[in-house]
Design a protein around this ligand. Structure first.
Ligand SMILES: *[C@@H]1O[C@H](CO)[C@@H](O)[C@H](O)[C@H]1NC(C)=O
Ligand SMILES: *[C@@H]1O[C@H](CO)[C@@H](O)[C@H](O)[C@H]1NC(C)=O
Length: 351
């Protein structure tokens, strides 16, 4: 018997008022509307004015005149050693699959809330018939993180372990994985076993994830400073340590460690990038960087579900102000953390 999962449906709350942190002197004014960020071939990062028409999900619109500076060196020499295995290819002749589990690994502030709301459209609450499972919790406490993960795996109603059992011959289900639901680097074996369970039933396990360009992701997260009552210094402190629990995680750190302390084994950034790409290659069929249209189109092709609109949710309409130095400092930290290389490799591989 398939267990009755009790979907927990939620919305993240953002403050939307303008946040100004620096005097207008040498200030880059960043509006959360549309991102135009160019990473130049020679390591130059330029910001350009973009015309904002309609709000899109916490992307970054930089209003100031264009400027550029020497970004820290990239370390692309190692790219050929990163992960020799090719990415997972879809066998189009098999599509749509007739049954399966859609597993959405939701990285905060990447446009994931838009995807989650769209997935919920297919569930009974919104007139669909697809079962949905999620269990997620807060962060800032490693013990709490482990409790949340345990409940996601096998808690009340059986967790994911039960959710992947007893699929009907044409049945689809949706699992949503968010804060502390799964600490992917260390819990890969679980994803593996859920995938095998589903495949043993002749169905397909569709791992999917949305990434975002890492600098605009980090900048957009500054909207949370007031909510946590912390300073900018507190906000980035964990990125200057070898491994520490921070108030937020970068895209790569969240993908690997979710909300636990970043880099608990003190590995090199090259190893983090390699591991991230390996996890994608092994378990994820849909991987995009901010491309909601491609996400939707691919998922519909795989599942055969009827098309539905995907309106943007969780957009932040406030204004965040940064100095040029702050942006440069963040770029350096993100480069040292592996994020810049990771997203660049993801874009190369997945388009
Ligand atoms: C973290 O959670 C554990 C167990 O729930 C609790 O004992 C501990 O006091 C919490 N720590 C903090 C700093 O809140
Ligand atoms: C992932 O976790 C394993 C232990 O399960 C550890 O040995 C490895 O260094 C970690 N990898 C990364 C990239 O942190």
């Amino acid at each position: 018997m398939a267990p009755e999962s009790s979907p927990e449906i939620y919305t993240e709350k953002f403050t939307s008022r303008a946040v100004r942190r620096k005097s207008p002197n040498n200030v880059q004014s960043i509006k959360l509307f549309a991102a135009i960020i160019f990473i130049g071939a020679y390591g130059l990062v330029c910001y350009q004015i973009g015309a904002s028409s309609r709000p899109i999900e916490t992307a970054v619109h930089i209003q100031t005149p264009e400027y550029s500076y020497d970004a820290p060196e990239h370390s692309f020499e190692y790219q050929n050693e990163i992960s020799p295995a090719p990415i997972r290819e879809l066998d189009e002749s098999q599509l749509p699959y007739k049954c399966g589990v859609v597993f959405f690994y939701h990285i905060p502030s990447t446009g994931g809330s838009t995807i989650n709301k769209w997935l919920l459209n297919f569930t009974p609450k919104y007139g669909g018939d697809i079962k949905y499972f999620t269990h997620w919790g807060g962060h800032l406490n490693i013990s709490d993180g482990d409790k949340v993960q345990k409940a996601f795996i096998s808690g009340d109603n059986g967790g994911m372990n039960a959710f992947v059992q007893d699929l009907g011959p044409t049945e689809w289900r949706i699992a949503h994985c968010h804060h502390n639901s799964l600490h992917l680097n260390e819990s890969e074996h679980l994803l593996e076993s859920w995938g095998s369970e589903v495949e043993a039933q002749g169905c397909h396990f569709v791992g999917n994830v949305m990434f975002r360009e890492s600098l605009s992701h980090t900048l957009s997260l500054y909207k949370h400073l007031d909510r946590y009552g912390v300073t900018e210094e507190d906000w980035t402190r964990h990125l200057k340590t070898e491994s520490e629990l921070g108030h937020w995680a970068t895209v790569l750190d969240f993908f690997l460690y979710n909300n636990l302390a970043r880099n608990p084994y003190g590995v090199s950034k090259e190893e983090k990038v390699r591991r991230g790409l390996e996890l994608l290659q092994r378990h994820f069929d849909i991987v995009t960087v901010g491309d909601h249209a491609r996400y939707k189109e691919t998922l519909l092709r795989m599942t055969g579900w009827e098309d539905r609109d995907m309106p943007r949710h969780n957009t932040h309409s406030g204004e965040l102000i940064f100095t040029k130095e702050q942006v440069e400092e963040l770029q350096k930290l993100l480069t040292a953390n592996g994020d810049i290389d990771f997203i660049s490799e993801v874009q190369k591989r997945y388009g």
